[in-house]
Write a protein that binds this ligand. Sequence first.
Ligand code: NAD
Length: 353
Amino acid sequence: MEALITVLPGDGIGPEVCSAGTEVLQAVATKYGHRFEYSEQLIGGAGIDAEMDPFPAATKSSCAESDAVLLGAVGGPKWSDPNATIRPEQGLLALRAAMGVFANIRPVKILDELAEASPIKRDRLNGVDIVVIRELTGGIYFGEKTRTKDSASDLCIYHRHEVERIVRVAANLARSRRGKLCSIDKANVLESSRFWRDVTVTTMEAEFADVELEHMLVDAAAMHLINRPADFDVMVTENMFGDILTDEASMLAGSMGMLPSASLGESKCGLYEPIHGSAPDIAGRGIANPCGMIASTALLLRHSLGLDDEAADVEAAIRHVISAGVRTADIAGPGDSPVTTTEMANAIIQQLR
Ligand code: NAD
């Protein structure tokens, strides 16, 4: 097949892991006889530096023409002045809004070999296989903001269709897995959460009576994610709660560097990125773990290009290389000699071939 993929390396370790991702996609293309074209564009701090714009017009139009978008990460100390009017994160929010990707999907599965890298006790990690689905284009991050000298506010608003469509994504996924959906809210305090809960119940009763639905308050969910993570199947939640819980869930896997994400909307063109940020503390040293990015390319192959076998092949190659003991510094144990970003990517490509 032929596909056009917009590649947005961004800032910090973004370019390092992005090039590992495109090399893996290229290895897949060669192995299976596909033709992938890449359009590399600016985003975040890189866009601000070059064009004073974290989401330049050329980036927007390239994404609109593409079959999928692969993103590294944005942000870093260089652009972190809280009083700045142009910030890298604006590029990310604008990108998500322009692509209409409202569902952020983050699988968290623990590879047995990496259980020791997790700060959580090994016995709690047995059987952990969670998918967290975060609403991405609504809620408090997008609501009206006000600021006076003595006060500030951020509006958290959800509309019925926004809740219904994310619940449908989550319930469909739960149906294809263990049939359990846990909806996270703060319905004891927030009106927007009570609304979220009501719409979830109505949608589930009407369309997904076969899927088991549980409601959980976000504070309890934060606790149970650590205490009994294996009990969760699919979790669905609003934007800010999801932002926080997905980072917490990622620690189950030991490193931010291991986990992928997909952001999907109504169209086939999804946005794929590792869950980590730009990691300025290790940027430019060639030691970032590319596995989260490479696993994101597997999600891209599966969800945007419909290439299920190729996606499974990439995921198997990552598992094989980890089983063989190849480790970047973030997941290395005391006796391991860590490999570089390129060495990890090459090991996975070698396995794919
Ligand atoms: P971070 O994810 O960048 O880093 C957290 C810690 O994890 C750091 O110690 C880092 O070295 C480590 N880490 C992250 N990815 C790694 C990898 N692939 N391999 C090895 N170690 C890895 O989070 P942060 O430090 O809170 O944020 C840094 C910058 O990234 C900030 O400017 C933040 O706004 C931005 N950020 C961007 C995104 C995004 O682009 N989607 C997401 C989160 C944070």
